[in-house]
Design a protein around this ligand. Structure first.
Ligand code: SF4
Length: 240
């Protein structure tokens, strides 16, 4: 079995029993987040292309899915930004046509959600989880270290665009980093943005495993609860 494009199933903190699908080369991404569990981005890009052959990815998924694994989700995530792959739509369509009983989730950094082709590619997914780690430009730069011309406005307008056209569920993820995006002013901006976007489910994520930098440390349960109470109606993502 070609495991190159999938991993697990793993017990995901958010999605239950999940088969991970990784369609991107290691650390090819439009961001270089300090908390990235895959380490530093080595190809910082916004270029969409067929990074790995679509047929190979589909063939590999077909091999595992015909074994009928017990899954809550098939989740596009992994070592780079999945929406950079131009075959994403075809791969999701393959799953939905041949294995319609499986639910599909796409975890995305939301940098490409203003692109109608990306929205079309993910439209058959059941769930999209975009990330928003800062509303202020300076904080965004510190945490997400983006490719040129990507700002918090790009992310927020992309999520808005998704919200206007996507029929499935949308859960927003916020990754909190002590001392950087946990100040009252930034939390107020998050709250305001979440309200304006009309996103009903927001998940608060924090560091579990080492990130791309060594100064980032895991936080306590009490800390997470304090931030969650300041943000309002958010769910804390805990390690399983
Ligand atoms: S967007 Fe995801 S893959 Fe890209 S650097 Fe950030 S955490 Fe890593």
């Amino acid at each position: 079995m070609t495991r190159k494009y999938w991993y697990g199933p793993v017990q995901s903190r958010r999605l239950g029993r999940s088969l991970g699908v990784d369609v991107m080369p290691l650390k090819t991404c439009s961001l270089d987040c300090v908390y990235c569990e895959c380490g530093a981005t080595n190809s910082l890009t916004l270029e969409r292309k067929e990074y790995f052959p679509i047929d190979e990815i589909i063939g590999s998924l077909d091999e595992i899915l015909k074994e009928k694994p017990d899954l809550d989700f098939i989740t596009f995530a992994g070592s780079g930004e999945p929406t950079l792959h131009t075959g994403l739509g075809k791969i999701i369509s393959f799953i939905k046509e041949k294995y319609p009983h499986y639910k599909v989730a796409v975890l995305t950094n939301a940098t490409l959600l203003n692109d109608p082709a990306v929205i079309a590619d993910i439209e058959k997914a059941d769930l999209v989880v975009p990330s928003l780690d800062a509303v202020s430009a300076e904080i965004f730069e510190k945490i997400n270290r983006p490719v040129k011309n990507i700002t918090p406005e790009t992310i927020i307008s992309g999520i808005k665009n998704l919200k206007n056209s996507f029929k499935g569920d949308i859960w927003l993820e916020i990754f909190i980093i002590p001392g950087i995006n946990d100040q009252d002013e930034e939390l107020a901006l998050f709250k305001d943005t979440i309200n304006k976007l009309g996103i009903k489910k927001v998940q608060l994520n924090t560091l579990d495993r080492p990130g791309a930098v060594d100064w980032l440390k895991p936080v306590s349960k009490e800390y997470k609860e304090k931030i969650a109470s300041k943000l309002g109606n958010v769910e804390i993502v805990n390690r399983v």
